[in-house]
Design a protein around this ligand. Sequence first.
Ligand code: BMA
Length: 320
Amino acid sequence: MQTHEQLFERSRHNPLLSAADWPYAVNTVFNAAATLLADGTTLLLCRVEDRRGHSHLCAARSKSGVDGWEIDPQPTFAPDIDNHPEELWGVEDARITFLPDLKKYAVVYTAYSRGGPCVSLALTEDFHVFERLGSVMPPEDKDAALLPHRIGENWAMVHRPMTALGAHVWLSYSPDLRHWGSHRMILQARRGAWWDANKIGMSPPLIETPQGWLMIYHGVRETPAGCLYRLGLALFDLHAPEKCLRRSATWVFGPEAPYEREGDVGNVVFPCGYTVAPDGDTLNLYYGAADTCICLATASLKALVDWVQQHGEPSAPHLA
Ligand code: BMA
């Protein structure tokens, strides 16, 4: 039997983290942001959902990035409702980008309230003290992350506003991380039968490679039995990240393992973070599985870029 090329390999330690590992009572842990600290420690900023259904963020640290996790004894980043009413129903799905210019980590997350989900930004040097910049994109908007350095004069942020015409990926620019403009749609959800019809969003932050910015994005297939969240690849111009060079026709990673198929929301793989191993090529992709636990899959960055260059579509004229 001819099988599809496997670009990602699941860790045999999956699931890496679940509610049973938490030092306090929680419902689920999933959709973790990831980064490497200066000493090589992997830090995950996990989405933790309590039994009210509200989420906060909690840091888990590990030397290996696989096991031996040390989890903060209480929430690391909880909603600040008095100063940020847009966080009333919780903070979700963080993405971390280290900004060498500022020597700070940017944490971009979804703030959720009666107004709908919106994109908020905080800066930190140590994941203990956070400087909140507040909401940077109004509702309905999520799936956002900063690029690690300015493009020309300006910072750039990828995000996913929702409109009556669908959920597509946009890029915006800012001189100061607070005021955002020059909004451009950079990747459209397809239509009809496609695996990524109607609703897509960036998953982890963009990955800088010599061939371009690699985006791992999720596509949502609506079926009579519920939604299927799968991942595809797209490549964007290094100097003009609004320009899509290639986009995968097929998805490259989807729910297959039992822990991805079953959980609070089955059939969901949802990465919010990655690290790159010291070899400069091995991508460690951390993903939420079934909105219930945190898992890891690895891939060769070079293989991913080669694959999207070879199999990707140069543009998407059929979307017009
Ligand atoms: C999306 C996000 C994710 C979640 C997924 C599946 O809209 O809210 O946080 O993992 O749905 O429930």
